[in-house]
Design a protein around this ligand. Structure first.
Ligand code: HEM
Ligand code: MG
Length: 334
């Protein structure tokens, strides 16, 4: 049975996380890294299995311990990813590309492709990774990182802070509209894009610094996290559990509808069926009834049982407020 998610941290203050028990090691042949600099760093320091294949529980434990990510955020992101990218029978998820190490695949249309899988969780207009249309949606992209540095210099005095995040998020969306004929900015990517824009100043800034969203992330440390999957020396995690704050502020500076390029570049068209900040509930219901159900139309046996269990863990983590949003049971109950 997929185990219940690990509890919140007992000690949830700041502390040294680049410690003796978690030395950075270079990747070995076969080790997997992917589009998430947070999980890559945790794997390269041994908070996650260094080969890049982990259970949801290991991921929840690691993001809490290593970055003080809040319990609900950690569970929501992890079960969302696991439901669409992981193997629900073996309870294993690749933090990058598809691998046999997650076990025997269920029948298609299931993908079990790891976090690199495009459009179920990973999506367009990332800050330091290219759009899938251009051929690589997961590797560190130096050209994009140069722009990350340029914007940090221009808007954050050399730091990636809330001001930098706001401008860069807008820039990356405009860039994708103008260059990616298949640009898709509908839910869930609509939400993850704004949330992830807050993560560098939230999680990659030392926990002993006080106003972290204003202070921001320096470019030496940004390079370590984004490119090298490496904590800075003497790095301390945030002082309290956090989900990353500021996503709505970043959105509100340059409001954009959820939508996509429908007929080539510069044809961005709102999609009123997509969830957005005015209808957070749809984030949950569409993800369950469209995305997950699309991958698993008719599951049976252990697969069905584990889908039901993981969907329950996912619902319990929903930050939009359980109660406002009725629970969905596309596969019935146990
Ligand atoms: C991006 C998964 C936790 C920082 C991503 C992406 C995925 C992902 C699939 C790619 C989305 C895209 O840009 O297209 C997860 C999962 C987590 C998790 C399943 C489990 C809780 C974290 C944590 C941090 C983090 C704890 C920070 C310490 C980031 C950042 C990006 C990102 C900054 C954006 C990268 C960019 O735009 O270039 N994550 N993540 N994530 N993640 Fe994570
Ligand atoms: Mg992406």
């Amino acid at each position: 049975l997929p185990p219940s998610p690990p509890p919140p941290l007992k000690f949830n203050g700041t502390k040294l996380v680049n410690d003796r028990d978690h030395p950075w090691k270079p990747i070995r042949k076969g080790d997997i890294r992917g589009p998430c600099p947070g999980l890559n760093t945790l794997a390269s320091h041994g908070y996650l299995p260094r080969d890049g294949v982990a259970t949801p529980s290991q991921i929840i434990e690691a993001v809490q311990e290593g970055f003080n990510m809040a319990s609900a955020t950690a569970r929501f992101a992890t079960y969302a990813a696991h439901l669409v990218d992981g193997n629900l029978v073996t309870d294993l998820l690749s933090i990058g590309g598809k691998t046999r190490r997650t076990g025997v695949d269920p029948p298609p249309p299931a993908i079990v492709g790891g976090l690199n899988t495009h459009s179920v969780f990973e999506g367009d207009s990332s800050m330091t990774r290219g759009d899938d249309f251009f051929g690589d949606n997961h590797s560190f992209n130096q050209t994009l990182f140069d722009q990350f540095v340029e914007y940090s210099n221009k808007y954050g005095g050399g730091f990636y802070n809330l001001a930098t995040a706001t401008e860069l998020r807008h820039r990356r969306i405009q860039e994708s509209i103008a260059t990616n004929p298949q640009f898709d900015f509908t839910s869930p990517r609509f939400f993850t894009a704004f949330a992830e824009s807050t993560f560098p100043y939230t999680f990659f800034v030392d926990g002993r610094i006080s106003d972290r969203a204003t202070a921001g992330l320096d470019m030496t440390n940004a390079t370590l996290f984004f490119r090298d999957s490496k904590y800075p020396l003497d790095f301390w995690r945030p002082p309290a559990p956090t989900g990353g704050t500021g996503a709505l502020q970043i959105f509100s500076a340059y409001p954009v509808a959820a939508g996509r390029n429908v007929d080539g570049v510069n044809t961005f068209t709102p999609d009123p069926t997509s969830a957005d900040f005015s209808n957070i509930c749809l984030l949950y219901t569409n993800f369950v009834n469209k995305t997950v159900k699309g991958l698993y139309p008719n599951p049976t046996g252990v697969l069905r049982r584990n889908l039901i269990i993981n969907l329950g863990y996912f619902y319990n983590a929903f930050p939009g407020g359980v109660g406002e949003c009725p629970e969905q049971f596309p596969y019935g109950t146990l």
